[in-house]
Design a protein around this ligand. Sequence first.
Ligand SMILES: NC(=O)C1=CN([C@@H]2O[C@H](COP(=O)(O)OP(=O)(O)OC[C@H]3O[C@@H](n4cnc5c(N)ncnc54)[C@H](O)[C@@H]3O)[C@@H](O)[C@H]2O)C=CC1
Ligand SMILES: O=C(O)C(=O)COP(=O)(O)O
Length: 528
Amino acid sequence: MHNILVSDPISAEGIAALTNRTDLSVDVQTNLSPADLLGVIGKYDALIVRSQTKVTKEIIEAGSQLKVIGRAGVGVDNIDLDAATEKGIIVVNAPDGNTMSTAEHTFAMLMSLSRHIPQAYKSTVEGNWDRKSFKGVELNRKTLGIVGMGRIGTEVSKRAKAFNMDIISYDPFLTEERAEKIGVRKGSLQDIYKEADYITVHTPLTKETHHLIDLEAFQQMKQGVRLINCARGGIIDEDALVEAIDRGIVAGAAIDVFEQEPPERHPLLKRSQVIATPHLGASTEEAQTYVAKDVSEEILHILNNESFKNAVNMPQVPADVRKALEPYYLLGEKIGEMAIQLIQEPPHKVTLTYAGELTDYETESLTRTILKGLLRYHLGSKVNVVNATYMAKSYDLSYSVEYSSSSLDFTNLISVRIETKNETRTLSGTLLSGYGPRIIKIDDYSIDVAPTDHLLYIQHLDTKGMIGHVGTALGEQDINIATMQVGRKDRGGDAIMMITVDKPLPKQVRDQLEAMEHIRSIKEIQLS
Ligand SMILES: NC(=O)C1=CN([C@@H]2O[C@H](COP(=O)(O)OP(=O)(O)OC[C@H]3O[C@@H](n4cnc5c(N)ncnc54)[C@H](O)[C@@H]3O)[C@@H](O)[C@H]2O)C=CC1
Ligand SMILES: O=C(O)C(=O)COP(=O)(O)O
């Protein structure tokens, strides 16, 4: 039974996929204080939030069972992503469900701002009939600057075009081709400041976008510019906006989101040029149902160990790539697990090489799986594909990935080279059609071994009788040999045996083998 906590108001219809399940327990508790949440989070496997709940490092650390945090919406700035990644908790969002609603809200704000609708409404219901104070401006033939041309920015641009606006946009990922296709001009932030009559922001709130629009930016803007923020409080510096309004640079601002929510008597709210809504961009029947449905589906997939698509703290793996790589994940994990057991000292560098048909795929997810196998051996189950690269870095283990055209006549090949201060070991494996994962090379020795639970790797001198001696020693202690592979470099030189046995070796057998003449080293390899 998995326990799920929903800590912000969410569409009941949207989460029906979770609440209808008898194998899940879903608690909806939308009035928890941070202290309450801290007290209860320990028993939940999944947490679903909107923008209200602040999922801090402290909450994440107290979430000892947490596997997934679902954001029923887009912005994840209320979730400490680094803390979640460090703990191996997947964070998923619902990136598409509220695009239309937020674009429409932005447009409602743009129009309200131009025609002073909120101010005029207030005046009218107060009994006035003031037709002079609320003279507006047309959108027709005005220039709209859009900062952030993602999903919402693009939908806003379509609506603005229908109003015959000229659109100039800045987004680090906006190419000339895409700009042309959407029918907007690509420009810099400075171009926008110089030319725009209206500026609307649609970026996430990040370190880079925090106070992106500050006093210096306002000083470059056209006198009488109007601003809209339906993205995140903090992208526009609120104090600078107040100053820009007071200096007459900004003629009006429409604000849906605030640096602190609720904004508690911020001077902005005292300016008659400012209209505001309480973070309503995504608040429609439709958007709330879509985002809740999307995030519920993702949570179900994650709790059932199925593939999912909207993780924000690990790479997205398209379904076709995941399907193609699925059988390699097991091979990769086993190779990682074996490689770490071949070395005697802490590793400082790992090089992964993919060859054959693996070079056709984006292999980041496979890399994470190999690192997971490698790190788990010492660090345990706290390592998973979400935090594998983070964990590697935090243990000063650098890793790199190479693609090779040489796959040693196999259709696919994964090699791991693991380096310590004094040793370098390499291990290669392949997925043999019809046979599954095989280890086909250790250092310079070719072998053919299935990565089963108990392996015995013996380095010895190539001399007669070795196989018999080892076989007899194991047999006498009731250790059954399932398979045995031998390999040598040169006649009479270094040789290896790779033996698969049915159970771990008792210490006395190990000691006995180690004491045997011509045996150089014995390594027991346990795979999970
Ligand atoms: N008011 C509300 O209720 C809602 C607010 N939002 C906010 O709107 C934001 C945008 O949402 P989407 O369009 O769905 O996200 P998106 O991810 O589709 O688009 C964001 C765009 O911002 C661009 N960007 C990032 N840094 C930038 C920078 N420094 N300058 C210019 N562009 C930059 C990205 O390249 C991307 O194209 C969200 O991050 C969220 O914070 C989203 C939904 C509802
Ligand atoms: O999706 C987003 O980023 C939003 O800002 C919507 O926030 P909300 O879910 O309405 O609290």
